[in-house]
Design a protein. Sequence first.
Length: 197
Amino acid sequence: MSSRTARRAGGGAQLVAAIVLVASVVGAQSQTIEEKASSCGACHGEAGIPQDKTKPMIWGQQEGYLYLQLRDFKRGTRKNDEMSPIAAALEREDMLALAAYFAQKPWPSLEQARAPAEVAKRALVAIGSVGCTGCHLGEFQGDGSVPRLAGQSREYLAKTIADFRTRERGNNPGMSDLMNATSEDDLAAIVEYLAGR
Ligand code: HEC
Ligand code: HEC
């Protein structure tokens, strides 16, 4: 085999590996929803707690919101190197079924510390002036297409708020506007407050 052929063969093997990965994530039509969902655990946690805290918890999240995020990753209005290729390979029916599957799971507790009193006070003033609870509801449990924020991973909340601000996360320009209208110090306090709820 010439070195050129060998290189091509190597590339082929990589391609096959990539296809096998996508296939194992998305699965054959014959796979049950449990089988399809089990591949999500590699990043979102086998028991709903992601090992990498910059990744969101999806167990117990609002069903409508989960579906819309999968749709947006597939459409490309929300982009992420890890998540986009997975969503790209999902059909609408899979997205709806996966959203329903994860929404009915219990929301796990990360046991993040409550925000200290003065941080919570600052957060509540900012939350009150922006009116976050008008959409995310009183206990930040969310509803329908509005996500639950209470108890979400601190690192993920900070990352996604920063992504809204830079519009790296471009799937909801209204949220980006709100995040840019709020100071970074207030947002840092809000993240501490939400994580500890
Ligand atoms: C290789 C790792 C990986 C795998 C496997 C994976 N995800 Fe993700 N997922 C991510 C990352 C990273 C993010 C956050 C992206 C960002 O920061 O914008 C994410 C975000 C999401 C979100 C948005 C949550 C929110 O709060 O906004 C949903 C919904 C989601 N994933 C569902 C799934 C489903 C369903 C599967 C299985 C079919 C899956 N993911 C498999 C890495 C992964
Ligand atoms: C007008 C309604 C509204 C208001 C007010 C609002 N939000 Fe949101 N928020 C939403 C919606 C809808 C989404 C889902 C966006 C999407 O589809 O990606 C969202 C998403 C988010 C997310 C991403 C959650 C995740 O899992 O990725 C965070 C964090 C967030 N909001 C924080 C806040 C904070 C903090 C405030 C107040 C400073 C606030 N929001 C005010 C409607 C609102």
